[in-house]
Every structure is written in C-alpha cells, then in structure tokens.
Ligand binder design. Sequence first.
Ligand SMILES: [Zn+2]
Length: 536
Amino acid sequence: MPQNLTPVPSTQQSRSWPADKKSFSKTLPFEPGALLESKVMTVTASLSPEVLDRYEPVIGLEVHVQLLTNTKAFCGCANRFGGEPNTHICPTCLGLPGALPVLNKRAVEYAVLAATAINCEVREHSVFARKNYFYPDLTKGYQISQFDKPLAEHGWIDVPTRDGSGLSVTKRIGITRLHMEEDAGKSLHDGFPDSATKTYVDLNRCGTPLIEIVSEPDLRTPDEAYEYLTRLKEILLYTGVSDCNMEEGSLRCDANVSVRPRGQTKFGTKAEVKNVNSFRFIRSALEYEIERQVELIESGGRVAQETRLWNANEGRTYSMRSKEQAHDYRYFPEPDLPPLLVSGAWKAILAERMPELPEARRKRMIAEYQITMQDAQTLTATREYADQFETAAKQARSPRRVANLIQSELMGRLKAKGLDLEQSPVTLQGLVQAADLTESGELSSKQLKGLFDTAFENGEDFGPVYEREKPQQISDPAALEKLIQEVIAANPKQLEQYRAGKKTVAAFFVGQAMRLSKGQANPALLNELVTKHLDA
Ligand SMILES: [Zn+2]
C-alpha cells in the first residue's frame, strides 16, 4: 500500500459502501464514482398508472450517516473528510495487533440524539458486534457494528404523500432500527496514471463514526421514498449530528425494492439498489427498477435477488452481484468493547439538548406569524435560515409580510440566477426594511419590484438601493384626486357596478389610478381617496 498518494479530486474518488465490495469494481460495467458527474443527462422513467394499477411497489431504505465528531469512533484520529491520503490513521483504526478501541462518547451522544429525533426507543443496554468480511480498504478484516442489540429501535417519521384519490395526506413511515458502526476506508479505482491496472487505498475514512438507519418496508412509491429521505435529512441537519453532505459521502442510501400484484400480502423478491448519490437519482432508480421488475414478471420471468447499481448516464440499473446466498458475516459480540449503557439520566440530559425539530417549528411559525405552510417550508429549509428569519422578523412591523416578500420577490429571482436562499444579495435585514416600507404605504408594489430588480442586477442589498434611488411618491391629495377623477370618468360601467353594491370593484379603480401615476402614488392614501370618491 503506497503511503502518500497523490490527492485526487473528490469527484473521482469512489465512495462505495464496504458491504457492496464483494467483487472488485473492475468487473463492473462502470465505476460507482461516475455517478457523481452532475453534467450527465438523466433519463427519468416515469411510472405509468397502468403499472401501478396492477402492481404495488414495496420499498425500504437503509441510510448511512457519518457523525460530525472531532475524532473517530474508537481512536483519537481526526474525523475529517479528505486530507493527504493515509495521514489520519493509527494502529487502532488500522486494526494492528494489540491495539484496543475506546468508544467516542460524543459519537454515542450524537447517535442517541438522532435516534430520539426520529422517535426511536433507545436501548439502555446495546452491544457492539464484529461484522467479518474481507476488503482491501478494511484492513481489520471486520467492521465494528451492532447486530442483535442495536442502540435504538421502533421509530418513525411522518412523510407527506398523496392518497388514492390524489389528496395530500401524511403517512407514518416506520423505522426498524438505528445502530452505530464504523466506516471503512476508500478504494480509489481511478485518477492515477496506472489506474487501469492498479487500485489505490486511502484509509483516512477507516473508523469514522456512522449511524445506520433502516426503515420498515412501508414506502410504496418512489415519491414517498424521496420525501422520506428529504425529511430524514432535514431532521438530522436540525439535530446537528451530521452535515449530511452527499457529495462527500456523509449521507449514503441503499434502497430495497420489490413489486407484488395488488391484493397480495406476501412480498415479492427484492433487489437492492446501491450507492445512488442524490435523492433525485434514487427516485429515478426506483422508478426504473419497478418498471423493470413488473415487465419481467409480466413476461413470465422471475425477479432475482441481487444487488444492482444505478447508472445515471443511461437512466437504468445494472446487476452487480447475486444475493441468492445470504452473506455470513459471522457476527459475534466485540470482545474489546463492553456493552454500551445509556442510562435514563443520560438520555434526559441529551433530551434537553434537542432543538425544536422542523415539523414542530413549522407548526409554531405558522401560528406565530400567520404565514402559510409554503412560507413555513421555505423558511425552515435550514435551521440557520429559520433562526435568522425569526430574529429579523421580530423587528419587522409584519413578519407575515417579510415571509410574503421572500415568496413573491426573492424565490423567483434566486431561481433565475441559480442561487440558494442563503446566497441572496437581499438579506433578511433588507427584506424587513422593504416589508416595513410597503406596510406603511411608503412604497408601492411596483416601486418595490423595481428596487428588487436593481438589487439583483447589481448584487446589492435592498437598503443601499433604496437609499440611492428613493423612488418618488405622490402624496399630494390634490394630485391623486385628479388621477382618480380621470379614472372614474373613463370607466362608467365599473362605477355603476360599484354603486350597485359590488364593493370589490374599488380595487380595479385603485389599480388603474396607480398605473396612471406610473406606480408612484402613495398606496395607502390612494386607497383612502378612491373609496371616498366612489362613495361620494
Ligand atoms: Zn485512528
């Protein structure tokens, strides 16, 4: 094994999960690392209603999450992505003879926090076990994991989905277990001049603390799987136990999928789809796989129990290896670690560190600021942004208007520029200022839009743009009344409707007068004067 490898760009590194590496990937039709290429065209199979009428997909997900501890699970090596290959290593994470593991307390705290956040029961007494298998990037020859006594079980998360008639409903997806384990190293199959004949090994990742979260086979559509993963990632990010960065492999997902004729209770034979590197690709891979299995059954074939890999480039899955024979990992209790005890008192201390989770936060914010569910979804996309919004909103005359502005003025412009909410040139302070000026009637909506356009063109915040441009406003009642009289005279039919009792027509006159003023009329004063003239 070379000691100091030339670092390779991260997109060229293979990040396959050790358990799938029973066969060397030289025998694969393509490299798992190739899935990371974002520029590839994705062919998305879309499930036809006829297929879903006759067959029911059954999906279960296994998610591996790296914990954000400073050091590794069982030694003092730095737990950091990347770095010069084979430099964050020691006798313990390499499994050299005589080295003994010492459990990282912070890793346990993070695992308990994550388990509690997804409503699992945390066992007081769980046991580490050795999972034995050979792979070049697992120098120990075994992985420390948990087997029959995992840290936590019987959890759930609620996921938005649609019922048979297309109505939005919430579905509870069961979580079978959450257990702790350690990551393996990485085999680098490409990026070197001699990659055609050699595989390099980087052991920096060996011993990185992981949690594995296994769902019940409760998911029935690729969309549900996508929502489940989105919610799960959101919850984990809120707890702060992981950065869930899929590009760097901090969150990895394998999917088990089978189909059965509707009405049949027995599960069909499942295939496992591995190493899909984005939630969008997982949805596409599941769609493809469901169609493939149905076609196979319809044509008289039989679904094989196997591991398959998704090729995003071609929009299809490929058989990687058969799973007809169950693996024998020869699990046994890890002799170098005592059972893990998590007392009720410790759990109580950790529970106090639990932040408000996304679903609860959305409910509270809707009630507190009278905002819509869509507003709340946008605002709580990350915990940091939700915090910033709440701090800013407390200074605004109307927090609801701030939320509205994000939806009406920010999101479209950000999308056009390909920016995230956090990258917006208009800060929350800028939004609060804009909302207050609109609330007080000092800015018309047309003027507001103009200022936002300028801010986005120049990459400036709202404040400086407003100070420079200070849009003129007509606040002279006589000037406004002249406009109003003109509009009323030009629209006798609408005036008749108004006087016949259709009071909503007032908005039409306000709009016309605003247009005549080129968007410069003081909106509050204009409203007041229009009503006065219509009622005269
Ligand atoms: Zn180490």
